[in-house]
Design a binder for this molecule. Sequence first.
Ligand code: SF4
Length: 347
Amino acid sequence: MNEIFARGIEKWYSQHGRHLPWRETRNPYFIWISEIILQQTRVAQGMDYYHRFLEKFPTVEALAAASEDEVLRMWQGLGYYSRARNLHAASKQIVEMGHFPDTYESIRSLRGVGDYTAAAIASISFGLPCAVLDGNVYRVLSRYLGQETPIDTTAGQKLFRALADEMLDPIHPALYNQAIMDFGALQCTPQNPLCLYCPLNESCAALATGKVDTLPVKIHKTKVRDRYFSYLYMETISGEVLIQRRDAGDIWEGLYQLPLLESLEGPFSADEMEKKYPGCKLLVQGMTHQLSHQLLHADCYHIIVTDSSSRNLPKGQWVKRDELENFAMPKLLLRILEKVFSEIYSE
Ligand code: SF4
């Protein structure tokens, strides 16, 4: 433990830490849910999801007893739906265990729980001396210690794991972990960290050597792949819409969608679509959605279907238009549907 560092961030946290609902509890179920939600969204938005999720599934037993569709429905809009499926699977593991696991190893053995989440739950709920290591911690430690080893290499990850363990305050692991997370999120931020008002500015190596802006070091750049989706809003005269459930092995597994044609080269033109689906009309064009490794480009075409039993139609199920909201769909598609509805039904 580094006394100056630990006391510095802990004192800072007592004055500037955020008051969040999951900070006011030691209930491991609540902390687990909050950690998984916060892996993919900002605190303000996450708070909403956190309350709604716990209102619907107040206990781990309630979550385990829910259907996958119900869980995905509550997760809708957060992205990374595999995390929701893992939460659901892990809740069943916990119910089988008979109680929430209370050692680092047993928490880590839950589906979808990685080192970071296991350390957060173990320290905050059970007071175990387990150091969290996430983007915030990499940044704070690399700057404070002036450590230039790239964080996205095996050697870097090993080194920072050891540094995180070494710096931990083993007597107050819950306080220390929450302090370092907030310190990274609010004070030692990626851009424009508040060094002038930082309680560690006299002992920070990066500040002393002018390396704040260059730390932490990363060597790999994330490659982003473009995908082009042409959605089909197929509707019968009586107002039923064709939807499909997405298969495993790709993004958004288990969520519902409109039928779509995909291309990796560029969007299908309106003429190409007309050849495949005569009478279709372009309603939404060039909507984009950024995922961590993919940039999605989406168009949407409207088609009136006279014979919903025709074999030439894509596979799927017909549902009443006003029941579409009962099916969990990715955010991109919700934005598209909003536009489609305003184009077709707004008069
Ligand atoms: S002085 Fe600046 S770089 Fe160093 S820990 Fe504080 S905020 Fe971060």
